[in-house]
Design a protein around this ligand. Structure first.
Ligand code: GUN
Length: 302
């Protein structure tokens, strides 16, 4: 193994400690803590486990956490009214509606109803626009791309002038991370290429990458020969390829695979994220960071 492992599990701990410390300081000085509401509609098992982890993490860093679980048949109108209630609740700084929503609810309409200044997911068009403008306009970078940038920066990888190739053009990872890496400023200032299903020769682009960010959702899409020796490889893929029995709990758990052939890639790359344990732990961490930021904006201390 030649690559240095970029561990989200470790970097998460550093960031959560920083957040916990800052929350305690704000509480002492201003008498308030960040408030986060998580709205869960229905009982999708994956959503329940994400939301449970979000609640646990929010408690750990000292936030006020409101868990609002709604029945799967809540009407769109009632869900919009609920969002409006939290938009007007002074103790709530961040509103998160867990996706996916049931088919009878228009997801776009719901996300657009969240006050952009409480949109800690960064999915509202206003926040997408702010991200595009960059610099001090950016309020809430979307959590997974923000986590990727933290992993790169905290690993000491040079981004200025780096060739960054992003595989995948989704609205929640590919497009925003590409946009973030091209902005002028620390942790970015890169030359960015996005490759996607319409790209003629994906391999030739990947081979140029000093930083290769892969968010395609296709197991083992990136072949070892596509990786430039010494490159930083960030694998966002979380593909369920089977099940196994956990040695720890004795329960059935999913076997996860990334979009990069890890075993071969780690011999070529300079830095690489494992799956699981790389990007995954960063998403909720950055949600906490955005919620804290939201309170800081409100208090005028940022
Ligand atoms: N479902 C899966 N990931 C996410 C996320 O990051 N935010 C929200 N709101 N829902 C999700």
């Amino acid at each position: 193994m030649s690559a240095k492992l970029v561990l989200g599990t470790e970097i998460r701990e550093q960031i959560l400690e920083e957040i916990t410390k800052e929350v305690a300081e704000i509480k002492e000085k201003h008498g308030v803590v960040p408030g986060l509401v998580t709205i869960l509609v229905g009982e999708n098992p994956a959503s329940i486990s994400y939301v449970t982890l979000k609640i646990q993490t929010a408690h750990r860093v000292g936030f006020k956490e409101v868990q609002d679980s709604q029945s799967v048949d809540i009407s769109e109108k009632d869900l919009l009214a609920l969002i409006d209630k939290y938009n007007n609740d002074d103790s709530i700084n961040g509103i998160l509606v867990q996706l996916p929503l049931p088919k009878h609810i228009n997801e776009k309409k719901v996300l657009n109803a969240i006050d952009p200044d409480k949109d800690v997911d960064g999915f509202h068009p206003v926040n997408v626009g702010r991200l595009m403008i960059g610099g001090s306009e950016v309020k809430f970078p979307p959590c997974t791309p923000a986590g990727i940038q933290e992993l790169i920066v905290r690993s000491g990888v040079e981004t200025k002038g780096a060739e960054v190739v992003v595989v995948g053009r989704s609205n929640i990872v590919g497009k925003p991370i590409a946009n973030m890496m091209l902005q002028k400023g620390p942790g970015a200032n890169s030359t960015v290429t996005i490759v996607h299903t319409g790209t003629k020769d994906m391999a030739s682009h990947c081979k140029r990458a000093d930083i290769l960010i892969v968010a395609a959702g296709v197991p083992d899409l990136v072949k070892p020969e596509w990786i430039k020796p010494g490159a930083c490889v960030i694998d966002v893929g979380v593909n369920r390829v089977g099940e196994k029995v956990s040695e720890k709990t004795g329960k059935k758990i999913a076997i996860l695979k990334g979009d990069v052939n890890f075993d071969a890639a780690k011999e070529i790359a300079g830095y690489i994220t494992p799956v699981p344990g790389g990007v995954g732990p960063m998403t909720i961490t950055m949600l906490m960071k955005n919620t804290l930021k939201s309170l800081k904006y409100k208090l005028g201390i940022i």
